[in-house]
Design a protein around this ligand. Structure first.
Ligand SMILES: CCCCCCCCCCCCCCCC(=O)SCCNC(=O)CCNC(=O)[C@H](O)C(C)(C)COP(=O)(O)OP(=O)(O)OC[C@H]1O[C@@H](n2cnc3c(N)ncnc32)[C@H](O)[C@@H]1OP(=O)(O)O
Length: 205
């Protein structure tokens, strides 16, 4: 199941994905380019004009496609797109491809971006798995960086719920490049006190 198939929302359609994807392309190119002074002035004016045009379409929080797209791994200005291939009650797996805009050192992903990817991927998985509509909050997210994570090629990403104790869900996740472990995360997500996980059989305490 792709992320696009999971989104059943009027605010995210193919045209929106093209729009956000083309913005990602612009971000990649900005990260790679060193325009000469003359071109830079022109591009600055173009970017300002573009921002003003987009600003004409501002909407309230609930109607913003970025809210739904980002939370589902789809193209988003900041978050990292991914696809979920297997999605069960206690585990999930898929692929993620970091773009050139996510680069820290040459051709490898910035560590903070990896943490952000884990937060988004795990948070959505926990919310899907343990409570429809409940928003899982990250209490802690510990990331161990085991080897450099490459940009520009598909990597595997997976997570599983290790245990659920009341409002607490302990989750483990990893990103691998083939057989190579790039990074792993140990996280605690907490369900807000005024909600309760609907729960998963066999996982609760
Ligand atoms: C199609 C689209 C649909 C969308 C549909 C919506 C879905 C929605 C998707 C969400 C996708 C989000 C993806 C990113 C997720 C974020 O990024 S969330 C943003 C980042 N996180 C935050 O801002 C959280 C800020 N912190 C807090 O709000 C509060 O501290 C917390 C974490 C909710 C906990 O506060 P609390 O509810 O008052 O709970 P509290 O009593 O303090 O602690 C509860 C238990 O957790 C333990 N605990 C709490 N914090 C810690 C800690 N840091 N370390 C260890 N233990 C801790 C406590 O010791 C306690 O344990 P017990 O005594 O019960 O054994």
């Amino acid at each position: 199941m792709t992320a696009a198939e999971r989104v059943d929302d009027q605010h995210v359609d193919d045209r929106y994905l093209d729009y956000a994807g083309s913005f990602n392309r612009l971000e990649d190119e900005v990260c790679l380019a060193a325009p000469p002074e003359s071109a830079m002035s022109e591009l600055t004016a173009d970017f300002s004009a573009l921002a003003a045009r987009v600003a004409e379409h501002r909407v309230d929080y609930d109607r913003r496609p970025t809210r739904y797209a980002g939370m589902s791994g789809l193209p988003h200005p900041i978050l990292v797109p991914y696809e979920v291939h297997e999605d069960g009650p206690t585990s999930t797996s898929g692929t993620v491809e970091f773009g050139l805009r996510h680069m820290g050192n040459e051709n490898v992903v910035h560590g903070g971006i990896i943490s952000m990817m884990f937060d988004d991927f795990i948070g959505m998985f926990v919310s899907r798995s343990l409570g429809s509509g409940s928003s899982a909050r990250t209490a802690y997210l510990n990331v161990d960086y085991r080897s450099m994570t490459p940009v520009g090629r598909p990597l595997s990403v997976s997570a599983e719920i290790a245990s659920v104790q009341g409002r607490k869900a302990f989750v483990e996740a990893r990103i691998c490049d083939g057989e190579t472990l790039c990074a792993e995360a140990h996280a605690l997500f907490v369900c807000p006190a005024d909600q309760m996980w609907p729960g998963v059989a066999g996982l609760g305490d």
